[in-house]
Write a protein that binds this ligand. Sequence first.
Ligand SMILES: [Zn+2]
Length: 113
Amino acid sequence: MLAGPMNGAAEPTGDVSQVYPCRNADASARTYTVEPRDLLRAMRDAEAHGDDIIGVWHSHTHTDPYPSPTDVRQAVDPMWVYVIVSLRDDAPMLRAYRIRDGVIAECSVVIDG
Ligand SMILES: [Zn+2]
């Protein structure tokens, strides 16, 4: 899970202040469901720091870093940023998306620090 600050309109600013590795409750290489206890722990920690959960990241081990039909179906929060890392090639490829009403829009990513 990804945590970050919200703006005055209760939307994520887009900054990611903290990342929380979580277990995959599906125990699958093909699908994922964030382990509920890990999600709760991430939400509580983010809240304790004045932030919110603003997105989630997962990997595609053999395919492009682009949302699969399952990813789109599971993308329930229109405010969230969905980060996908592809491990298909030697160098990991990272992309981020907003998914709203089934419409996929890529976000630019700036990595600093
Ligand atoms: Zn996926």
